[in-house]
Design a protein around this ligand. Structure first.
Ligand SMILES: NC(=O)c1ccc[n+]([C@@H]2O[C@H](COP(=O)([O-])OP(=O)(O)OC[C@H]3O[C@@H](n4cnc5c(N)ncnc54)[C@H](O)[C@@H]3O)[C@@H](O)[C@H]2O)c1
Length: 467
C-alpha cells in the first residue's frame, strides 16, 4: 500500500531503470520496508549543518534511532551536550533526543554500518574558479564505501548538478560492494540509491522540514519506493519523480528561478533610478495583479548557501555540453554588481552633505544574508563592507544575530545597540532588514541612510536614499 502522502509525477514509471516487476517481493526490499514502517530503521545523517540537523530531529521526533556524523569536533561535542547551534533547532528539542538516547553525533564513522538509511547533507560550494566543488560529497561517500553493506538506502540531499547521483555515486557504491564482498552489488536489489533535494528555508516561520513537500528520484522503482517511504514516515508530503536527474534538476530550477527573477528586479531598480521612479512603489502596485505576477525585490546582492551558488552548478554542467545558460550568466552579472551599485548610492548620498566616502564613518546595519537569521554565508554585506573600506571609509557594523565575524583575516565585532547609535556616523547603510531593529530610533538619530531593503518603508524623509 502506498501511503497517502506520496504523490507521483506523471512520468514516474516510464523513465526509471527497468527492474523486475516483482521487486516488492525481494527479501531485502521487504525487510527494509518493514523496518521503515515499524520505525525500526536506523537512520544515519552525514553533515549536521543547516540541513542535516533539522532532518535528524525530524526522524528522532518520529521515533527513529538517528546517528549523525560530522567532521567538525565542536559541532559533535555541542550536539552530544544537547546544545543546538542551528537557529531552527531548539536546544530543548535536541537535548530531549540526546538525553533520551534517540540521537547521537559521531566524529568517526564506524556506526555507519548499523545504519539502514544514510542521508548525505554535506556542503556543495563552488571552487575558486566558480566550478562545482563536490569534494565533500566524495569524502562522505568514501566513508560510506568503507562501511557499505547490502540492505542500505543511500540518499543524497546536497544540491548538485544533474547526473551526480548516477555518474558519481552509483559506480562507487557498486564498486564498494565488489571490494567488500567479492561480488558487485546491484542497485535496486542489494542497495538503494536516490536523490532528494533539501528545500529548507532557514528562519521561515511557516515552512519547515515537516511541511515543505519532499521531492524524491530513485535510480530504480525500488529505490524510489523505499526512499519515498522513508520520508513519508515523518514528512507531510512526498513527491516522486522519474529519476535522480529530475530531482537534481528540480532544486536547480527552483533556485535558478529565484536568481533570475532577483536579477530582473535588480535591473528594474537600476532602470527606475535612471528614470527617477520609485521601484518599490512599482513592485507593490504590480503585485496587486491577482494573476501572472509574482513580486521579487531588489537588494544589495545575493547571499546564502544556495541562490548565489546553485545556478552555477547548472551552467557548469551545460558548459560541458557546449551550451551557455544565458539567463543564469546574465542574472549572475547583474546580481554580483549590486554591492557596487549600493556603494555608489552611499557616495551620492554623502555628496549631499559635501562629504567624501574616504574618511567618512559608516555604519552597516546587518551582516546576515537575510533578515532574522544568523547565517552570513555569501552575504552581500561583506562585499559592501569590503568596497567601503577599500574606498577609505571607516566602517563598523551592527547585527543582533552576528556578534562578530572574520573575513579574509580581518575580525569585526558588532557595535552595541543604543537608540542614538546612528548619531555617531555620517551615514547608515541598511544591508539586512532584521525585524527587531528600532527603525524609528535609527532614523531619528541618522544624518543619512541608504536603505537597500525598503526597511524604512513606513517613513518619508529626505535623509533616506532607497535603492
Ligand atoms: N542551508 C540551506 O538553506 C540549504 C537549503 C537547501 C539545500 N542546501 C544544500 O544542502 C547541503 C548542505 O548545506 P548546509 O547549509 O546544511 O551546510 P552546512 O555547512 O551548514 O553543514 C554541512 C555540514 O557538513 C559537514 N561536513 C562536511 N564534509 C563532511 C564529511 N565528509 N563528513 C561529515 N560531515 C561533513 C560540515 O562540517 C558541516 O557541519 C548543501 O549542498 C546545500 O547547498 C542548503
Amino acid at each position: 500500500m502506498i501511503p497517502t502522502n506520496i504523490a507521483f509525477s506523471t512520468q514516474v514509471q516510464a523513465d526509471q531503470t527497468v527492474q523486475p516487476a516483482n521487486y516488492q517481493n525481494d527479501p531485502i526490499f521487504k525487510d527494509l520496508k518493514e523496518k521503515l514502517l515499524q520505525r525500526k530503521a536506523h537512520v544515519g545523517v552525514i553533515g549536521l549543518g543547516y540541513v542535516g540537523l533539522p532532518l535528524s530531529m525530524a526522524f528522532a521526533d518520529g521515533s527513529y534511532q538517528v546517528s549523525g556524523f560530522d567532521l567538525s569536533g565542536p559541532k559533535v561535542d555541542s550536539i552530544n551536550k544537547g546544545i543546538s547551534y542551528i537557529q531552527d533547532v531548539p536546544t530543548d528539542q535536541l537535548a530531549k533526543h540526546v538525553n533520551g538516547g534517540k540521537f547521537s553525533a559521531y566524529f568517526e564513522f564506524t556506526k555507519l554500518k548499523e545504519c539502514d538509511v544514510v542521508v548525505i547533507c554535506v556542503p556543495t560550494p563552488l571552487s575558486k574558479t566558480k566550478d562545482p566543488d563536490i569534494s565533500y560529497i566524495l569524502s562522505a561517500l568514501a566513508k560510506i564505501e568503507t562501511h557499505f553493506r547490502k540492505g542500505q538506502i543511500i540518499i543524497l540531499e546536497s544540491t548538485t548538478y544533474p547526473g551526480t547521483t548516477r555518474e558519481v555515486l552509483l559506480p562507487k557504491l557498486e564498486e564498494a560492494g565488489l571490494i567488500r564482498t567479492g561480488s558487485r552489488f546491484q542497485c535496486g536489489k542489494d542497495f538503494f540509491l536516490a536523490f532528494s533535494p533539501e528545500r529548507v528555508d532557514p528562519g521561515n516561520p511557516k515552512f519547515n522540514v515537516y511541511n515543505t513537500p519532499k521531492v524524491v528520484g530513485g535510480l530504480t522503482p525500488a529505490c524510489s519506493d523505499l526512499a519515498s517511504l522513508f520520508y513519508a514516515q515523518v514528512l507531510q508530503k512526498v513527491m516522486k519523480v522519474s529519476s535522480p536527474e529530475s530531482a537534481e534538476m528540480v532544486k536547480l530550477l527552483e533556485n535558478t528561478f529565484r536568481s533570475v527573477n532577483i536579477g530582473l528586479v535588480n535591473e528594474v531598480a537600476i532602470m527606475c533610478e535612471k528614470l527617477h521612479i520609485d521601484c518599490w512603489e512599482v513592485i507593490e502596485a504590480a503585485s496587486s495583479k491577482p494573476f501572472g505576477f509574482m513580486p521579487f525585490y531588489p537588494g544589495p546582492g545575493l547571499g546564502g548557501h544556495c541562490i548565489p551558488i546553485d545556478p552555477s552548478y547548472l551552467s557548469w554542467k551545460l558548459r560541458s555540453l557546449n551550451y551557455t545558460a544565458r539567463f543564469i550568466e546574465l542574472a549572475n552579472t547583474v546580481n554580483t554588481a549590486m554591492p557596487a551599485f549600493c556603494v555608489d548610492k552611499v557616495m551620492m548620498a554623502l555628496n549631499n552633505d559635501e562629504k567624501s566616502l574616504k574618511g567618512s564613518k559608516i555604519l552597516v546595519m546587518g551582516v546576515a544574508y537575510k533578515k532574522d537569521i544568523d547565517d552570513m554565508r555569501e552575504s552581500p554585506s561583506l562585499d559592501i563592507i569590503h568596497l567601503l573600506k577599500e574606498r577609505g571609509a571607516n566602517v563598523e557594523y551592527y547585527d543582533p544575530y552576528v556578534p562578530e565575524f572574520e573575513e579574509n583575516g580581518a575580525r569585526m565585532k558588532s557595535v552595541k545597540w543604543a537608540d542614538d547609535l546612528s548619531s555617531r556616523y555620517d551615514l547608515v547603510v541598511i544591508a539586512t532588514d532584521h525585524a527587531n531593529i528600532a527603525y524609528d530610533q535609527l532614523l531619528k538619530h541618522s544624518r543619512r541612510i541608504v536603505d537597500t531593503r525598503n526597511a524604512l518603508k513606513a517613513f518619508k524623509d529626505q535623509r533616506i536614499t532607497k535603492i
